[in-house]
Write a protein that binds this ligand. Structure first.
Ligand code: NDP
Ligand code: OXD
Length: 312
């Protein structure tokens, strides 16, 4: 039996789609009456404290989210393997966001917007894409998709990951030892890391100060589409005010929803979206997890299992 335990998304709709895809395999929701001992798989997003109680025969936890940082902190998380969402549709949506923000900053949107408001005719020619370096932190599923879509646009690309990566047309940097060198040549910093103890607060003043300063006229830019826990918002506010950063695009925040009194809302060169960079699409999600469940019941191994030791 598959149990759905979803918060902040339309659980009824997902349950209906799973029931259709898996029939006659039984599918139940958290509010249905069922014997917890019959649950073999649980599909979760923001599970409540009692979500896993009594699930003594669980074979796997299926995560609606690609990021599992919050799930791993669940106080009563069972020992079963966790399968996270890895999907071409999700990657495409994230790359849509990344490409939009990168191209906007590369072409100096903040500057020309201010000029327009001031009725100021000020000819400034942005560097060509090939003269602009986009540095991507996190070269996993989403990072690799993002570079595959930025590359044809002609950007100079570099990546930073925990272990070394070799990708065509991307200069790879890895580990703490190469972090400074990675930052020193980066004009637009894109964060696609998972949130772990090692990556918490990585978008801070010290990181911003190490970015390349002489290429983009307004100053280096950060784009955070991963998790709010990666960023120190007080440092972003200060860095945007004193010119350490030329602009920031933020999709995620230390506290979500972003409190209405956050200073970030009113900063002209800070571009805020409400954690919408990429959503797990229902149709793709049901297709992906149904296949996994059916294959696993048939004895095949689970794909995309989270390494709890690494935290992603
Ligand atoms: P992956 O697990 O596929 O990739 C993670 C990458 O980060 C890997 O390249 C890994 O290195 C690297 N990494 C991990 N820890 C470190 C470290 N300490 N130092 C350097 N590099 C590190 O994740 P995804 O690409 O699938 O997703 C990334 C994140 O995006 C998710 O965790 C989630 O938080 C976020 N997300 C946000 C969404 C939104 O709407 N805003 C939507 C979906 C996801 P290595 O390759 O060596 O293992
Ligand atoms: C995710 C997210 O992790 O939507 O999938 O943030």
């Amino acid at each position: 039996m598959l149990l759905l335990h979803l918060s902040d998304v339309d659980e009824a709709s997902w349950a209906k789609a799973f029931a259709e895809a898996l029939a006659p395999y039984p599918v139940v929701r958290q509010t249905d009456t069922f014997d917890p001992g019959d649950i073999r798989y649980i599909f979760v997003w923001k599970p409540k404290a009692d979500a896993f109680d009594g699930l003594d025969n669980l074979k796997a936890v299926l995560s609606l989210g690609a990021g599992v940082d919050a799930l791993l902190k669940h106080p009563r998380l069972p020992d079963a393997p966790i399968v996270r969402f890895v999907d071409a549709d999700l990657s495409q949506r994230m790359s849509d966001y990344v490409v939009a923000q990168v191209t906007m900053h590369h072409r100096q949107f903040t500057r020309f917007q201010a000029d327009q408001k001031a009725h100021r005719w000020s000819q400034y020619y942005p560097p060509a894409a090939g003269e602009t370096t986009v540095g991507i932190m996190g070269m996993g599923v989403l990072g690799q998709d993002a570079v595959s879509r930025l590359r044809p646009l002609g950007f100079d690309l570099r990546s930073w990951s925990r272990t070394p990566k070799q990708m065509d047309g991307v200069e790879g940097f890895a580990g703490d030892a190469q972090f400074e060198a990675f930052l020193a040549g980066t004009d637009i910093l894109v964060n696609l890391l998972p949130l772990t103890p090692e990556t918490t607060g990585i978008l801070n003043r010290d990181t911003f100060a190490r970015l390349r300063r002489d290429r983009l006229a307004g100053g280096p830019v950060i784009i955070n589409a991963a998790r709010g826990g990666h960023q120190k918002e007080a440092d972003i506010v200060a860095a945007l005010a004193d010119g350490t950063l030329g602009a920031a695009s933020l999709d995620v925040f230390e506290v979500e929803p972003l409190p209405s009194d956050s200073p970030l809302w009113d900063i002209e060169n800070c571009y805020i979206t409400p954690h919408i960079a990429a959503i797990s699409d229902e149709q793709s999600g049901v297709r992906y997890f149904s296949r996994i469940l059916i294959d696993h019941e048939a004895g095949k191994p689970l794909p995309n299992v989270v390494d709890r030791q690494r935290g992603y």
